[in-house]
Design a binder for this molecule. Structure first.
Ligand code: 5RP
Length: 218
């Protein structure tokens, strides 16, 4: 199977987790895009979705699913999103698509976070994928110097602005032996909006598309 076929396979499996739910959370990225396409089949049951990015909102609206403000709904039953890396303890690196802050907010406000990945995303130790850090633009250089002190090599995602009007530093060569501690340490740097480690609010369920099967890690 191609990587896209694996993404489709896992997206299809995720549909069963949102069946019958009036309000769901929807993440961002190419895997989630397949999931959104499949939502079209059950859209009659869906009152609306809370979206993690402008791109996802656009796609949801295009298939006729209303986009709801997080502030106007209570806790969300299920949030479905992809990831750039997943470790065996369901800790994640996210933000390759730049939507990490809204994704983290929706994950926090959701009772169940179902993460959908193809098997290429599974790693023993996080950190091969550069860790995205969203920063207030005026703080970019300061934050970059602080990240160097932590042992990383931050690269500015040039000419890129998040949906929140902020910038991204992609931090290479981070030794992520303790994701819980590193998530907190980076978030404590003044000027950081958030970073792409999902260790404190990790996934509740990871679905892994493998071709012959979809593994479920709970
Ligand atoms: C976007 C994300 C995505 O979930 C992550 O980048 C995975 O994307 P894809 O499904 O395209 O591989 O965190 O900010």
């Amino acid at each position: 199977m191609t990587q896209d076929e694996l993404k489709k396979q896992v997206a299809k499996t995720a549909i069963q987790y949102v069946k019958g739910l009036p309000i769901i959370g929807v993440g961002t990225g190419s895997t989630v895009n397949f999931f959104i396409e499949m939502l079209a089949d059950i859209k009659g049951d869906i009152e609306g979705a809370v979206s993690s990015s402008e791109a996802t909102s656009e796609r949801l609206k295009n298939i006729g699913i209303p986009v709801l403000e997080l502030n106007s709904v209570g806790d969300i039953e299920v949030y479905v999103d992809g990831a750039d890396e997943v470790d065996p303890r369901k800790k994640l690196v996210k933000g390759g698509g730049g939507a990490l802050t809204r994704e983290k907010i929706i994950a926090a406000a959701s009772k169940k976070f179902v993460c959908i990945v193809d098997e290429s995303k599974c790693v023993d130790v996080l950190g091969k994928f550069p860790l995205p850090v969203e920063v207030i633009p005026m703080a970019r250089s300061y934050v970059a110097r602080e990240l160097v002190k932590l042992g990383g090599q931050p690269i500015w995602r040039e000419d890129y602005y998040t949906d929140n009007g902020c910038e991204i530093l992609d931090v290479h060569n981070m030794d992520i032996v303790n994701p819980m501690e590193l998530e907190r340490t980076i978030n404590d740097i003044t000027g950081v909006v958030t970073n792409g480690l999902f260790a404190h609010r990790d996934a509740d369920i990871v679905l892994i598309g493998k071709g012959d099967t979809v593994d479920t890690v709970e």
